[in-house]
Design a protein around this ligand. Structure first.
Ligand code: 1PX
Length: 215
């Protein structure tokens, strides 16, 4: 990235969106949650074209949810909690097998939610990594521990190949545009608890409504 591109990007801003997504009564505000994801996708695009198939899928899911938010029933999509309530009460979710609602908000958000667990595990590994740590290994370990179980073999294979193209730890830190490695580590230490909290609130909500296996 050039210096001027860097001025427009700081990884901390992207993670801050997740902080903003938590309402005072601990609901998850969809607009900010999606802004957090858009920022991550922006970062991923900066890392190179080989990640295009990943950012394309994430972008299309973000767009599906944005369309609900800007649509006729947008106010029902203000928080993840209100979205779940609205879609369930109006039978807008295919719970057991794909049917007339293949792209419900609940189903689409579940995919991002599962990826948020990968993000948490990856960022934690980055945060605690040694100078000679390999981002590709950290990323693959985090993936295998989380998202991989939901992906078919071809996707796992493609993801594994893409991970090998990740820049080394120092270049990766530089791409985040946060500051020195120490400052990156400190920023991650502050931001991670927020990601964990957003993940946990969504996880509990989905578990309560038996939504964790939507096809
Ligand atoms: C400091 C680190 C920041 C890194 C930011 C990177 C942001 C990455 C955003 C990834 C979002 C991935 C969403 C994947 C959603 C998903 O699981 N989709 C699958 C299922 O959807 P479906 O509609 O079919 O039920 C879909 O099949 C996925 C296809 C694309 C491949 C997804 C591979 C995911 C790997 C996640 C790790 C990203 C690695 C980035 C390296 C930095």
């Amino acid at each position: 990235p050039t210096a001027s591109e860097n001025q427009n990007f700081c990884f901390k801003d992207e993670l801050d969106a997740f902080k903003l997504s938590l309402s005072p009564n601990k609901e998850v505000i969809l607009e900010h949650y999606l802004a957090g994801w858009s920022g991550l996708v922006k970062f991923l695009n900066r890392l190179g074209n080989v990640f295009g198939f990943i950012s394309k899928d994430a972008s299309s899911k973000i767009q599906i949810l944005k369309n609900f938010l800007n649509g006729e029933h947008g106010s029902e999509y203000f928080t993840v909690q209100s979205m779940v309530k609205y879609e369930l009460e109006n039978n807008l979710v295919d719970l057991k097998k794909a049917g007339s609602h293949p792209e419900s908000g609940c189903r689409t958000l579940l995919r991002l939610h599962r990826a948020l667990r990968w993000l948490e595990l990856f960022l934690e590994r980055l945060r605690t990594s040694q100078e000679d740590g390999k981002t590709s290994v950290m990323c693959a370990d985090a993936y295998n521990e989380s998202l991989a179980q939901f992906h078919p073999w071809v996707i796992r294979k493609a993801a594994g190949l893409a991970f090998c193209m990740l820049p080394g730890r120092l270049s990766f830190f530089e791409a985040m545009n946060v500051g020195t490695p120490d400052q990156v580590v400190a920023m991650l230490g502050e931001a991670l608890p927020v990601v964990v909290e957003v993940y946990q609130i969504t996880q509990d909500l989905y578990a309560k409504h038996d939504l964790l296996d939507i096809p």
